[in-house]
Design a protein around this ligand. Structure first.
Ligand SMILES: C/C(=C\Cc1cc(O)c2ccccc2c1O)CCC[C@H](C)CCC[C@H](C)CCCC(C)C
Ligand SMILES: C[S@@+](CC[C@H](N)C(=O)[O-])C[C@H]1O[C@@H](n2cnc3c(N)ncnc32)[C@H](O)[C@@H]1O
Length: 230
């Protein structure tokens, strides 16, 4: 399963950023900024972006922490990491992001290392959500926060129907034109399986987090889970 997920993301790397921009009308960058704000990252911090993909969140975190901070972007897709590396060479963020090829279920970092963490559209894709939350808890310093952005199923039936229509009738056909139908068709079942906000909060408490909040955004079509370590 892990290899299949990595293969999905490796294969969409050439079009990943472009499709996110088109399909969200550029809005995904605003949602990512919201996650960064909720992570509490500030100048001088050492931060980690989990499942960093092509680097949107990590590169923005780097701007926020500035010269005195440090940012690590972790992902297991070599192709998306190559895109991230290329983008960071073009943009010269201060400080440079350290890109790490690794499984977020087994992070190559010591305990209590990070002042803040972000994860964008990663938690729904990991094969073991409780283990992923335990790893985030382990590497955060006491008092630090993580903000986890992902799709969310709205409670309102009309909005849920719109979300499903958008995925089936806009996202998948556009991806099909690029020969990536199966990869994008995977989003819908992964969203069906993904725990709702309240269930995510319960899983985060079980992973050891002291305070947990879930913010529905985009009329509940997306959500940000914000967790703090004691
Ligand atoms: C950045 C976004 C999604 C990233 C993403 C996540 C996945 O799990 C994938 C799995 C497999 C292939 C690709 C991805 C993937 O790209 C979010 C923005 C892109 C969305 C496809 C757009 C979805 C929009 C909402 C359902 C409705 C938005 C309404 C309006 C246009 C604002
Ligand atoms: C939808 S992309 C999100 C990328 C980026 N965070 C963004 O918001 O655009 C999901 C990412 O999670 C990564 N991923 C999924 N499971 C992972 C795991 N167990 N370890 C590391 N990366 C993983 C994939 O390679 C992919 O880059």
């Amino acid at each position: 399963m892990t290899n299949e997920i990595r293969a999905i993301f490796d294969s969409i790397a050439p079009v990943y950023d472009q499709l996110n921009n088109w399909l969200s009308l550029g809005q995904h960058l605003i949602w990512k900024e919201m996650a960064i704000k909720w992570s509490g990252a500030k100048a001088g911090d050492t931060c980690i972006d989990l499942c960093c993909g092509s680097g949107d969140l990590a590169l923005r975190l780097a701007r926020r922490v500035g010269n005195t901070g440090q940012v690590y972007g972790v992902d297991f897709s070599p192709n998306l990491l190559a895109t991230a590396q290329e983008r960071s060479q073009q943009q010269y963020p201060q400080p440079a992001v350290t890109w790490v090829e690794a499984d977020v279920l087994n992070l190559p970092f010591e305990d209590n290392q990070f002042d803040a963490a972000t994860m964008g559209y990663g938690l729904r894709n990991v094969t073991d959500i409780p283990q992923s939350l335990r790893e985030i808890h382990r590497v955060l310093k006491p008092g630090a926060k993580a903000a986890i952005l992902d799709f969310h199923r709205p409670n309102n039936p009309q909005l849920r129907a719109f979300q499903q229509w958008y995925l089936d009738s806009m996202v998948v056909p556009m991806a099909e034109n690029l020969g990536l139908k199966e990869q994008y068709a995977y989003i819908s079942p992964s969203l069906d399986r993904f725990p709702r906000g309240d269930e995510q909060k319960e899983l985060a408490l079980q992973a050891g987090f002291a305070s947990v909040t879930h913010y529905p955004i985009v009329n509940g079509m997306m959500g940000v889970l914000v967790v703090s370590k004691f």
